[in-house]
Design a protein around this ligand. Sequence first.
Ligand SMILES: Cc1cc2nc3c(=O)[nH]c(=O)nc-3n(C[C@H](O)[C@H](O)[C@H](O)COP(=O)(O)OP(=O)(O)OC[C@H]3O[C@@H](n4cnc5c(N)ncnc54)[C@H](O)[C@@H]3O)c2cc1C
Length: 344
Amino acid sequence: MSYDVVVVGGGIGGLTVAALLSARGVSTCLLERNSQVGGCVARVEFSGHDFEPGMGLYTSFGPGEIYDRVFSELPVEVPETSLLAGRESYYSIKGGPASVAERLAKSIKKSGGTLRLNTPVLRLAYDESGQRAIGVDLLSGETVIARKAIVSNLTVWDTYGKLIGLNRTPLETKKLLKTLQGSGVYVIYASIEEQALSRLPGERFTIAEFTVAVSTPGSAPVGKRAVTLITTTDATEWFAFQSSEEEYEERDQMALEGFWARVHAALPQLGGDIEIIETANPRTYYDTTRRKLGMVLGFDSPATALGHHTNLPNVIMVGDTVTAEARMDHVVASALALVNDLTS
Ligand SMILES: Cc1cc2nc3c(=O)[nH]c(=O)nc-3n(C[C@H](O)[C@H](O)[C@H](O)COP(=O)(O)OP(=O)(O)OC[C@H]3O[C@@H](n4cnc5c(N)ncnc54)[C@H](O)[C@@H]3O)c2cc1C
């Protein structure tokens, strides 16, 4: 198959690029390795609870702001949002941020673009000279041709390490990539009795080292609410346990017990009205997103030094490892700028 633009990865960045390009009439195909779109904001569902995948702090949904500007070009509505009580300029998104990803996916299809799930990309495909990228090779052996550009929504490490290939990566870039570090996160997905909600400080708050987000009503079985508790953790240490699965399990159990004791100590008023449903750690994030060491937050400044461009003129990057901050609105804004460049 052949398209003007092939987008690799269906995180917020890749989806925004593909939705805007398709709406502007550019033949576009997005390839996502998972069975659902969203990457870091993909739907997290366990035991009938639809959990907030992030910290639940989303900005720039006001009139004339970035989501308004992007969705005004698309044949779908921006998801319903409301300002969070006591949290000026932060919004809660009905259905969570996954609904933004899902609307963008719907928009791609409505505009005649192609979206392929369960389609892992292996690497770039090169022309006979071996100098010019002509598309991507899929894990299945198929080649998808990109006549104008390939947009990578993979992290900078994977764009160079996997797609472009380290043997084609300039030495300076390789050095820079080694210095680039981000944080990992440890997440507790819990269920809370609805009648206990009034004993919490609000829908979004920070307690001990955790940022807590209560999902919108209707996101859990009757009488319950889904709650996400997130804290940062050193990403690398979670990968030092690969030699033994038992050691890793033990590490995970110790982390959970320590964190859970601190949550209870900080919220004694909850008593037994909160129960753990599931957890996530950097290894889980690696498995679901393929991000190096599961690093998702808090990148050092060298990331932005790379910008959107790679050493190959028709291979461009989008996503939170090439924006100033790992935030959804920053990724969406940079995707719009990239599409403006591509279509000017
Ligand atoms: C725990 C947590 C809390 C957060 N809280 C907030 C918040 O409150 N507010 C906020 O604004 N932001 C928040 N963020 C940040 C925000 O969610 C991310 O910055 C943003 O979603 C990242 O989008 P991305 O475009 O970089 O793509 P990613 O989410 O990294 O997605 C990349 C996609 O590429 C796919 N992929 C990878 N390899 C391949 C391959 N070989 N072939 C095909 N597809 C592939 C992956 O499956 C994935 O779907 C949070 C992030 C996390 C992790």
